[in-house]
Design a protein around this ligand. Structure first.
Ligand code: SF4
Length: 883
């Protein structure tokens, strides 16, 4: 009973949560559902019948028959006393309507005036572009300290001094100079206004909030974006979102301004001899239709290529590939999955059955060992990175395979800092130790796996000592890592592009799957092989059929031709499609004449940029559909202005196969249109509007459900109540968090003995360093979006990381510009000296055109067409000292 009302809740529920579930509000200042309750503020005191003392509602669990009172004169007096004490030092700020934060709200409710000094503006820490710090408003609830430590695992906020003198302060002279990663969790939790978003309009008034999915990485966090007068002004993570559980990173939480950037292209543009000219949509569409028709008439449909966008919705990508196949008549359609996780999709599909993660992010909390391969998780997938760091802090053994000493590697139980390009020998050697030590799961192997004896014979050759000599890590460390992984069942692996972007990227993924199969770590919670997909919808773009060989659902064309021809009412092209880099090769060779690029800056992000430039320059027609001018559009003939994902409805598919709704937060900016609308308009202008009559996302999604049985049970109505993971074949199916729990679709699976073929990209006297590339936390891909936000202040430029010893040897100081020269080209960027990279190695971020790091990277590729971004032999020279 709470306040005389009967409340039924599950055992283990707190009094506070029980009261809230019944709509009874109990005041509290230190409670946050993301944190363990502490009862520290004591504002939530309640009276429990027959109890000797008042109890804190947040820490007291209910039991059957408990009789609780939340409002009595004694309780009100207790609460008033606590608030009066806190108000004594709280700045006597002018109260706002509505009150700016929960603490001010309580003061108003209890009629208590604050009596502290107002801190002069110069004593307020405004160093950070997103967060204002005014610790005169701190009420010592320590929620910021706890959320930073327990959720983000970052430890920015520290307690200084003791007792009444305790103050909270960032670990640095200012917040900007602290290790803060701007996830915003401390601001979200602060109840007193000590930490605030700087950019909230002063007279904010009520904001209209819309729940949607983050437009950045493949984690797929759900956030609410707040709008005022048609502009996005705020964001907050969704507390009950299964993926992020009330957390976010600096990109989703703060980097939304790009939608309103002044240089957004909002009108169609056509280029002629005099440069770009704005034209009406009708003319732009007619022009594109005519140019494509001319190319097809002259050279045939396979002279045209189309690239879908990993930033666009599933529905947009579905229509994009349908446009390529039905309207243009070519299978030349691909997306950026080609240059990142195509090896993951191929490796997983060829060995297990589905080209997607076997498990879910939820499994991180269930794993008894974690293996991170080639993934800088805290920068590229920050919310997942925070969960992995939390697991490590709880004592879960963590193995990190990465040439660099990344943030997560610093917390690892074992860090194998291997030589770039040597994943395969290392994973083979780990498998060899598992078998030598008889740590394999014999029952699992007997039930599900073939080829064990052959694999055992093969892998016996890969002793830790042999691998150690190749990989540059000790044999003992390799053996220890194998034992930790195999001994920690369930053990979960996550991997990134450090595993896939190699000439044997697919084989690297297969070797990781071998290890998981050997140890029975497939088909169970807390286990599996899980590629961390890079862009928000890269899994979806490929799964929708933006792939030259696969139709929607990831099914090979020849297996499903008749089914799709019947569904679409038209024949599918018979010729084999070209993958992304093959399209560019064909363009250079004069066989591909037109390229239609949706939301993708290939010139900046593809390897060997000089080669990409030559290919694009050779085209007769280059059409770019994007939000902003990009490096690629600098060579385009037509620019079609697309909506951002804040401006349309649809779905994204995250890295764990979860379909989530994307909802329109603001109206389309200027004349921009959704990718689907533009594609359908062009189809109609080319006389093939029949398959594109409907572009409403829900109608397109229903068509996708009809052609892809694994998502048939996922309806927009169901998605209103949260995301669902495929396979989900019927509308009463709950979705699938863990694949292969009931075995494998084709019965048994096989271990793969995989020969090792060392990369041709070798260092020598001229090119003595091994360069790898990757992301920084603050920028995203080609930085088209993040560079137009204050994230640019937090990380404005690409950098080249070098070991201090190498810096000293080359006479370089922090910040000096260096020329990075490879066999393909030259990039110039400032140097950072850090112990994160080993001597002889270098690491560069690749986000900006200024540095153009992909001038130097290698376009040697894996059989599935993924380039070897992660191994480039380079020479490094001073380029003059920066001022
Ligand atoms: Fe967005 Fe990824 Fe950050 Fe989540 S972790 S807020 S999905 S960028």
């Amino acid at each position: 009973m709470i306040d005389g009302r009967e409340v039924n809740v599950a055992a283990g529920t707190t009094v506070l949560a029980s009261a809230r579930s019944a709509g009874i509000d109990i005041p509290t200042l230190c409670d946050d559902p993301r944190l363990e309750p502490t009862g520290a503020c004591r504002l939530c005191l309640v009276e429990i019948a027959a109890a000797a003392r008042l109890a804190t509602a947040c820490t007291t669990l209910v039991h059957a028959g408990m009789d609780v009172r939340t409002q009595t004169p004694e309780l009100e007096a207790e609460r008033r006393g606590i608030l009066e004490l806190l108000a004594r030092d709280y700045p006597a700020v002018q109260p706002t309507t509505p009150p700016a934060n929960p603490f001010q709200q309580y003061l108003r409710e209890y009629g208590i005036a604050a009596g502290g000094d107002v801190r002069p503006p110069d004593q307020i820490d405004e160093s950070h572009p997103y967060i204002r710090v005014d610790m005169s408003r701190c009420i010592d609830c320590f929620r910021c300290v706890r959320i930073c430590r327990d959720v983000q695992a970052q430890d920015v906020w520290h307690l200084w001094d003791r007792g009444f003198d305790t103050v909270v302060h960032p670990a640095g002279p200012s917040l900007l100079e602290s290790p803060c990663v701007a996830c915003g969790a401390c601001v979200d939790t602060c109840p007193s206004g000590a930490l605030e978003d700087r950019r909230l309009p002063a007279a904010a008034g009520p904001l209209a909030w819309t729940r949607t999915t983050c437009p950045y990485c493949g984690v797929g966090c759900e956030l609410e974006y707040g709008t005022q007068a048609g502009r996005i002004v705020a964001a907050r993570p969704v507390l009950d979102a299964p993926v992020n559980r009330g957390h976010a990173c600096v990109k989703g939480r703060y980097a939304f301004d790009f939608a309103h950037a002044a240089d957004r292209v909002t009108q169609p543009l056509v280029r002629d001899g005099g440069g770009w000219h704005s034209v009406e949509w009708e003319r732009a569409i007619a022009h594109v239709a005519q140019r494509l028709t001319d190319v097809i008439a002259r050279y045939g449909p396979d002279a045209v290529g189309v690239l879908g966008s990993s930033r666009a919705t599933d529905e947009d990508n579905y229509l994009t590939q349908k446009f390529a196949r039905l309207v243009l008549g070519t299978n030349n359609v691909d997306c950026c999955a080609r240059v990142c996780h195509a090896p993951s999709a191929e490796g997983l599909k060829s060995m297990l059955g589905a080209g997607a993660a076997t498990n879910s992010f939820e499994d991180i909390e269930q794993a008894r060992a974690l293996l991170v391969v080639g993934a800088n998780v805290t920068e590229s997938h920050p919310v997942v990175g925070a969960r992995i760091r939390q697991a490590a802090r709880r004592g879960v053994p963590l193995i990190v395979i990465d040439p660099r000493r990344t943030e997560v590697a610093r917390e690892a139980t074992i860090h194998l800092a291997l030589r770039p390009g040597t994943n395969l020998p290392l994973l083979h050697a780990m498998a060899s130790v598992v078998l030598d030590d008889q740590l394999q799961d014999d029952a699992f192997l007997a039930a599900h796996v073939d080829g064990v004896d052959e694999f055992r014979r093969f892998v016996r050759e890969w002793t830790p000592a042999r691998a150690a000599a190749i990989c540059g890590v000790s044999a003992e460390a390799i053996a220890r890592a194998a034992r930790v992984y195999a001994g920690g069942r369930p053990a979960m692996s996550v991997h990134g592009l450090g595993l896939t972007e190699h000439t044997q990227g697919t084989d690297g993924v297969r070797a990781l799957i071998n290890l998981a199969l050997l140890t029975g770590n497939v088909g169970r919670p807390g286990a599996g092989v899980n590629p961390l997909r890079g862009q928000n919808n890269v899994q979806g773009a490929a799964q929708m059929g933006c792939d030259p060989g696969l139709l929607p659902g990831g099914v090979p064309i020849e297996q499903a031709r008749s089914r799709f021809e019947e569904a679409w009412g038209a024949p599918l092209p018979r010729t084999r499609g070209l993958a992304l880099l093959d399209m560019l090769d064909a363009a250079s060779a004069g066989r591909l004449k037109a390229l239609f690029v949706v939301g993708y800056d290939i010139l900046l992000t593809n390897p060997n940029a000089n080669q990409t430039r030559r290919a694009l320059e050779a085209l007769d027609v280059l059409i770019v559909q994007d939000l902003f001018h990009t490096q690629t559009s600098s060579l385009a003939h037509v620019f079609l202005p697309a909506c951002s994902t804040f401006e349309k409805d649809g779905t994204f598919m995250n890295a764990e196969r979860r379909l989530q709704r994307v909802r329109r937060v603001i109206d389309p900016v200027g004349q921009s249109r959704s990718d689907s609308e533009i594609i359908a308009d062009i189809a109609r202008a080319m006389g093939r509007g029949d398959g594109f009559a409907h572009v409403q996302p829900n109608v397109v999604w229903d068509e996708i459900r009809r052609v892809w049985p694994a998502v048939n049970g996922i309806t927009y109505d169901r998605l209103e109540h949260g995301g669902l993971q495929w396979p989900c074949p019927t509308v009463d199916h709950p979705g699938t968090a863990v694949l292969y729990r009931d075995g494998f679709a084709h019965g048994r699976v096989s271990l793969r003995p995989i020969q090792v073929h060392p990369t041709d990209e070798a260092t020598d006297e001229v090119y003595p360093f091994l360069l790898t590339t990757g992301r920084t936390l603050y920028q995203f891909n080609a930085a088209t979006m993040t560079a137009r936000t204050p994230n640019n202040e937090l990380r404005p430029a690409d950098t080249l990381d070098l070991a201090p010893e190498d810096g000293a040897r080359l006479g370089l100081r922090e910040g000096d510009d260096v020329r990075v020269i490879s066999r393909r080209g030259v990039a110039t960027l400032p140097v950072r000296l850090t112990d994160a990279v080993r001597p002889g190695h270098a690491f560069a971020t690749f986000h900006t055109a200024t540095s153009a790091v992909n001038q130097v990277t290698s376009d040697a590729r894996d059989p599935v067409g993924t380039p070897e971004y992660k191994v480039t032999a380079v020479r490094i020279e001073p380029a003059g000292v920066r001022l």
